[in-house]
Each structure stands twice: as C-alpha cells, then as structure tokens.
Design a binder for this molecule. Structure first.
Ligand SMILES: Cc1cc2nc3c(=O)[nH]c(=O)nc-3n(C[C@H](O)[C@H](O)[C@H](O)COP(=O)(O)OP(=O)(O)OC[C@H]3O[C@@H](n4cnc5c(N)ncnc54)[C@H](O)[C@@H]3O)c2cc1C
Length: 444
C-alpha cells in the first residue's frame, strides 16, 4: 500500500512512526512537517543538562532522513482538510500545502501553566518552564544572578529540576500541592523516603503547598504558597504537560479532556488520520479508563503502531501502565500501574506487600538497598502496580510492568527465574520476597 504518509510533528512518536514506516512499507514516501530548525531533540535530558551531566548541545540531533527515505518540511501544520487530504502549513517562506494519503498527528505536549495570580506577567522573566532545550539558556542565565530558586510541582521533572538547581544555587524549595511528592505514582509512605532523600540533598520539599500568587514588581521575587511567602530569584514551573491538540481541534477532529480521541488502532475520528504520543488521550492498560500519562516510552510505542497502521497494518495499542523511572542524584525511583491509593479510587480492593531490604547477601560488602512495594487486587489476584526506590528499582518495576501488560497473575510470579551473583543480587531477590509477602497478605 505504498503512498504518501505525512508525519505532523517529529518527536519520540514521529520518529518511531518513521522507523515503523521504513519497516512495514519501505517504498512509502514519508514527509515530515515540523518547525524545529534541527531534526530531533531530547526533552528527557533537559534536567540532566541543567545539572551539568550532559551538554545542552547533546540534546539536539540531526537524523539521516534522506537515507530513511523521508523529507522534512520545516513548518507548522495548521489545518488538515481530511476530505481532500491536504495539510495547510506555515513555513519560513509563507503558506504551503502538502497532500497525503495517510497522516499521523504527533504534535506532542506543551507545558501546563497553573492558574496562579500574576504568573503570566513573569513568564520567561524569572519564571521558566523546562519543556524544550531552548528553555535551558534562560534558566542557565538566571541561576547566575541569584542564590535561591523555587520549583512548582513535585512530579519527576520538578524533582529532577530541583536536584539540578541545587548544583547552581544554595536554596531550593520544591512546592507540591498534594500531600506528598510524586502523587499518583507513589504512595505516601514511599514518597516520604524520597522527601527525606531530597532533604538530605538540601532541597526543602513543602507538600500541601499550592502556589497562590507570584510575588514581584518589576522583577520576580518569589511566590506565596499555603499562606507563606517563599522568596526566590527564579522559579521553574513543572506542573505537568497539556496535549498539543490545536491542529486537531481546528480540523474538526475529535478531541477529549486528555488529548486527541483515538481508537485501539490509534485512528482519529478523521479517516486515514492516525495520532500518537503526548497529543492523544491515552488509556490505562489495566482498566481501560482514559488517563493523562505523557511519557516518551508510550509515545514511542504508539508511534510504532501508528506508523505500521498508516502502512495498512491493523496493530492494536493496549494502553499504558505509566511505567516510569527517574534518577535523583544517586537515587533511582520507579513505578508502574496503580498505587494503593489510585487502585482504591479505581474500585479495586488493593493488597500491598512492602519490603525494605539490602539487595546483596549479608556476607557481601556494600550498602545497596531497595524499598519495594507491590500492589495487587485481593479478589482477582491481578497485579495492579509496583513502586521501588533504590538499587535496581527500574528493572524490578519493569518486570511487574510486564506482568501487568501480559496479565500474569501474582501467584505465577514466585516461579520467576532471576539472575543471581552476590556482587549484584540476592539468591532470593527482594522482588520475589515482596511477591511472597503480597501473596501471604492476600490470603489473610
Ligand atoms: C523535562 C522533561 C523531562 C522528561 N523526562 C522523561 C523521562 O525521563 N521519561 C519519559 O518517559 N518521558 C519523559 N518526558 C516526557 C517525554 O519527553 C514526552 O512524553 C515525549 O517527548 C513525547 O513525545 P511526542 O513525540 O509525543 O512529543 P514531542 O517530543 O513533544 O514531539 C512533538 C513534535 O511536534 C512538533 N509540533 C508541534 N506542533 C506542531 C505542528 N502544529 N506542526 C508540526 N509540528 C508540530 C514539535 O516541534 C515537536 O517536535 C520528559 C519531558 C520533559 C519536558
């Protein structure tokens, strides 16, 4: 079914779609429409560039598009006439029209700016987002003129930003409106461990602190939150991302609360127009309900499926467990699926098994430890989620993510064969002990 496939937006989802098109229909003509002056960027690396671990230049990348049989049009796509199959775009030299046989919308996200009094007056003048690599320049300039910073939002990006800012300024305060950091992905008891770790890194985490107002006259001076004034010379807003749905809305393509509406083949309400990545309304792989998960991993997976389906395949997307990992200084934190709290909210009766353990045998030197929690449904024995903090957090959570995706019940997990060597792990790994513990609690 070779034809012309238009990719609107070239981030994780667009790139994955192109790779998929090359695999499923190498003769298809691929046209990329994206306004970036370079081919790709790596948003996930931005906090680590602020921390000084990677160079800002490494966050942008050119791709050998020609050898991949693709051409790029540097432009912003504005409208899809899906009856005539024409995309109207605005490029450097004015308006252009691009015809297509199949199109994929992968326009990603934009930073969410919370409705806080005076915030818009200080955007890019003391208050910054970390959404694209260009945002870094302004933050790097701002840290040179102050010794204090405040971060709005206690999700993974806010925490990564706080750790990074600590490399530049003495006082960093992180404000989270919910009662603990990493809400929705960690339970309170697990999040408290991360809060303690952040405190040890010199970051003041204030939870239950919704920002009420930005303080400043000509210059940004701080924020008020939960009735307190927090003085600071700069602020990073990390309060989530909104799907970039402008083109879909303008083109009469159905959009829902969390993004562009798609079916299980990632097809939108317009014929021959697919959508993938942060711009879509994704859903839970466990319960099927719509959820606002915006992650590079799911964007890549969706892009792969949308690219294949644009080539005539009929692949299905099953949803996301929101599997994530972050690394704050030396601490690895990962999670997948429901927490105990979100599982209850979704109508399950969650049973949890939590352990805190060294990961190496007692006789082996080293302090490596992991805190691990598994959440399962008491009635069905279905694995609902996991959270881990510490050594090997990601790989342990990834195995639980696989159990969720493939419907492996909790009582099948004790027979999992895990690699062992005393310098790396225990012969009976903490993950297996957490599984055993959860099973025992389930039988009570
Ligand atoms: C600071 C930061 C850290 C992150 N860390 C992680 C992490 O550790 N792990 C993780 O899984 N996820 C992380 N994410 C999330 C991850 O970056 C996104 O989920 C992922 O980039 C989404 O991919 P996408 O292709 O949907 O969108 P994007 O990567 O945003 O790509 C969208 C592209 O569309 C283009 N575009 C937009 N509108 C138009 C238009 N009208 N016409 C043409 N082109 C358009 C944009 O220029 C952009 O290139 C992080 C995000 C940020 C900002």
């Amino acid at each position: 079914m070779s034809g012309k496939i238009a990719l609107i937006g070239f981030g994780s989802a667009g790139f994955a779609a192109l790779m998929s098109i090359r695999r499923y229909d190498p003769r298809a003509e691929a046209v990329i429409i994206d306004p970036k002056p370079y081919d790709l960027h790596h948003p996930c690396g931005i906090p680590y560039a602020l921390e000084g671990i990677v160079s800002p230049e490494a966050l942008v990348q050119e791709v050998a598009l020609k050898s991949m049989g693709a051409v790029k049009v540097q432009a912003i796509a504005e409208l899809i006439d899906w009856e005539k199959k024409i995309i109207a775009a605005e490029g450097e030299n004015g308006k252009i029209e691009i015809t297509y046989d199949t199109a994929i919308i992968s326009t990603g996200y934009q930073a969410n700016i919370p409705p806080v009094k005076n915030i818009n007056a200080f955007l890019r003048k003391g208050i910054f987002t970390l959404a694209v690599p260009q945002d870094l320049d302004a933050v790097m300039m701002a840290v040179k003129t102050t010794d204090s910073a405040v971060v709005i939002g206690g999700g993974a990006i806010g925490l990564e930003a706080a750790i990074a800012l600590k490399k530049h300024v003495s006082h960093v305060t992180l404000l989270e409106m919910k009662d603990h950091i990493l809400p929705g992905v960690l339970d309170a008891d697990m999040a408290q461990q991360v809060e303690k770790y952040c405190a040890a890194q010199g970051i003041a985490c204030r939870t239950g602190s919704a920002v009420e107002e930005i303080v400043g006259d000509d210059e940004f001076r701080g924020v008020t939150a939960a009735g307190n004034v927090i003085e600071a010379g700069l602020c990073i807003v990390a309060s989530g991302f909104a799907p970039n749905t402008a083109i879909a809305e303008k083109s009469g393509i159905q959009v829902e609360k969390f993004g562009i509406a798609v079916d299980k083949h990632l097809c939108t309400s317009a014929p021959d127009v697919y959508a993938a990545g942060d711009c879509i309304a994704s859903w839970s792989i466990i319960g099927g309900e719509k959820i606002p998960v915006k992650l590079a991993t799911s964007a890549y997976k969706q892009g792969t499926i949308a690219g294949a389906n644009a080539c005539g395949m009929k692949l299905e997307y099953g949803g996301t467990a929101g599997t994530f990992v972050t690394k704050l200084a030396e601490l690895e934190i990962a999670g997948t699926g429901f927490t105990s709290r979100t599982a209850s909210e979704a109508g399950f009766e969650p049973v949890q098994g939590k352990i805190q353990s060294r990961v190496l045998p007692d006789y082996f030197p080293g302090e490596n430890a992991v805190a691990l929690k598994i959440v399962a449904d008491k009635h069905s024995g279905k694995v609902l989620g996991a959270q881990a903090i510490g050594d090997g957090a990601a790989w342990r959570v990834n195995l639980i993510s696989m159990a969720i995706e493939y419907g492996i019940p909790l009582d099948a997990l004790p027979s999992m064969e895990l690699a062992y060597c005393p310098a790396v792990s225990e012969v009976h790994d903490p993950l297996l002990r957490a599984v055993d513990f959860t099973l025992r609690r389930m039988k009570r």
